[in-house]
Design a protein around this ligand. Structure first.
Ligand SMILES: Cc1ncc(COP(=O)(O)O)c(C=O)c1O
Length: 316
């Protein structure tokens, strides 16, 4: 099987399928200089028992991508359904039988100098084999970053805008150099926003709590999955409210959510144990539900999934 970065990996670029090694952009490309691109991250999970690859909520991801690209006035000239079909075709052409990460990117592609964007847009979709992003089996050690989360009035955090990820790269680099697995951002109000690449949930006094979407966070699709799983399977309504930094030190459970990280328990923040530094019961239960739902093992969540190799379409 072709690995991530293999030049023979089949990707979609410039309106056609081609080997990764042939998909090139010029060094004057607007997005390369000014960060004027919007990307997306989608997962497909391989289920060995059923020998099936399940693409997770593709139309929701593509709807978000297209809407967020419009913040930068980037047009993606395909419907979400067409983009889903291209993605499924990429997986078939690459014969993937493993977990896959899909990275769509829409960008300002004019090759000239000058920050003012014009209407020349391009997009690509790359699908690659992808294992664990963070190794969270025993729980992660997260650190509150000295970098603040970008504000909506500077660069909107709700969209995956390429330039905005300098903020995440700085925090992520700092966290790893300090010995943490992942960074936690505070926003300019001093409230907890999210991880460098993931949303954050906390359990406190029996409540499942997450910052609201106006706290400068990405409007995560995994976050949305957790809302539904918590409510329907555990009878827990998620409370959206500001979270203070010090609540992270006195709460009962914390976990991150994201397409790349999945649902990742956090057992230490800064150098404070979260309760007894063990993965808590609500986190464990949600993790089990999320894994089962995304591998096609829970009937009521099959509508989240597009099975790639069987002909049956599951309500996408
Ligand atoms: C900054 C940030 N927050 C949250 C998320 C989680 O969003 P989703 O669950 O849609 O992947 C991501 C990435 O995927 C992210 O980059």
């Amino acid at each position: 099987m072709k690995a991530a970065g293999d030049p023979n990996l089949i990707v979609f670029f410039d309106g056609e399928y081609m080997p990764l090694g042939e998909a090139k952009v010029g060094i004057l490309t607007h997005a390369l200089h000014y960060g004027t691109g919007v990307f997306e991250g989608i997962r497909a999970h391989w289920d060995e028992a059923s020998k099936e690859l399940f693409l997770l909520r593709p139309t929701d991801h593509y709807d978000r991508w297209k809407r967020n690209a419009s913040i930068l006035r980037i047009n993606v000239p395909r419907t979400s359904e067409e983009l889903t079909e291209i993605t499924a075709e990429l997986m078939r052409r690459n014969h993937f039988e493993t977990n896959v990460y899909i990275r769509p990117l829409a960008f300002k592609s004019a090759e000239r100098v000058g920050v003012r964007p014009d209407d020349v847009d391009a997009f690509s979709i790359v699908a690659m084999p992808f294992g664990e992003y963070l190794h969270a089996e025993k729980g992660l050690h997260a650190g509150v970053s000295s970098w603040r989360r970008i504000d909506d009035n500077a660069i909107p955090a709700r969209a995956k805008i390429c330039g905005a990820y300098v903020n995440s790269a700085l925090a992520s680099d700092e966290a790893r150099r300090c010995g943490f697995d992942e960074a936690i951002f505070l926003n300019e109000n001093g409230h907890v926003a999210e991880g460098a690449t993931c949303n954050l949930f906390m359990v406190r006094k029996g409540q499942l709590i997450t910052p609201s979407i106006t706290e400068n966070v990405l409007e995560g699709i995994t976050r949305d999955c957790v809302f539904e799983l918590a409510q329907r399977e555990l009878g827990l309504t998620v409370v959206e409210r500001p979270i203070d930094r010090s609540e992270l030190y006195v709460c009962d459970e914390i976990f991150f959510t994201g397409t790349a990280v999945g649902l990742a328990p956090v057992v230490r923040v800064d150098h404070h144990d979260v309760l007894d530094a063990k993965i808590g019961p609500i986190t464990s239960e949600l993790l089990r539900l999320y894994v089962d739902a995304t591998r096609g093992r829970l009937g009521r969540y099959k509508r989240w999934l597009l099975p790639i190799y069987s002909s049956q379409m599951a309500g996408v």
